[in-house]
Design a binder for this molecule. Structure first.
Ligand code: COA
Length: 205
């Protein structure tokens, strides 16, 4: 079946909960999509910790799209949030990605559909997504999925390089690393000496 954009839909793609063994593949797809060069102002960083943390705390909101052949080609990672001093719960779709080769075939839409159902089943009254404002494709996609009420945020940042606490923390870390290296070297020397002594003893016999 062909879609409006002429690409064939992929009906055999199954959406299921992410498993531990999917993580390397999910990480790899994200690496292709969320590069700092592509989205320099994206305030969240795509790294292994992001996936493992979400999987550890909110695994029911970690979904993958898998082809019939068992290849993971997309993911949706979210979390359930609660506003402070409010009974309102909302679902936050933090990361959504479809491998470039599979884009435009309805997989992103299906991932959003499934994670929406999960949020609702867990008591969410609304859903939040955010993306870089220059990511026009994703904005179009989300609008098409029924998202609106767009609010612009300003993110400010501060580099810690000159912060005294950061400098002290880095120096302590470097000292600890140097101590560890010295310990390893000493133990190698001790082991080397012991081996030499053993060899000499053997020669004397
Ligand atoms: C955004 C993304 C998840 C969409 O997934 P997808 O599988 O390609 O999307 P779908 O095929 O389900 O598209 C559904 C609809 O969204 C719209 N859409 C999707 N991609 C679009 C694009 N590049 N430009 C304009 N509209 C687009 C279309 O209206 C489409 O419906 P149609 O094909 O019937 O016209 C995917 O392109 C992606 O991984 N992008 C990079 C990562 C990213 O920006 N993630 C979102 C922020 S975390």
């Amino acid at each position: 079946m062909k879609r409006k954009n002429g690409l064939a839909a992929v009906p055999e793609v199954n959406i299921r909960q992410m498993r531990l063994e999917d993580m390397p593949r999910v990480f790899k797809i994200g690496q292709q999509l969320f590069t700092p060069e592509r989205w320099p102002t994206l305030y969240r960083a795509w790294d292994e910790y992001e996936i493992t943390e979400l999987y550890g705390t909110d695994d029911e909101f970690c979904l993958v799209a898998e082809t019939e052949r068992g290849r993971v080609v997309g993911f949706a990672l979210g979390a359930m949030m609660q506003k402070p001093q409010s009974a309102w719960r909302y679902g936050w779709l933090l990361w959504l990605g479809v491998a470039p080769h599979y884009a435009g075939r309805g997989i992103g839409g299906r991932l959003v559909h499934h994670i929406t159902e999960r949020f609702i089943e867990h008591g969410a009254r609304m859903m939040l997504v955010d993306t870089d404002e220059e990511n026009t494709e994703a904005l179009e996609f989300f609008r098409q999925q029924g998202f609106g009420h767009e609010v612009r945020h300003i993110y400010l940042s501060k580099n810690f390089v000159h912060h005294p606490h950061y400098r002290a923390w880095r120096a302590a870390k470097q000292r600890a690393r140097a101590r560890r290296r010295r310990r390893v070297l000493t133990s190698q020397v001790v082991r080397g000496n012991a081996a030499r002594a053993k060899l000499q003893r053997r020669r004397h016999h």
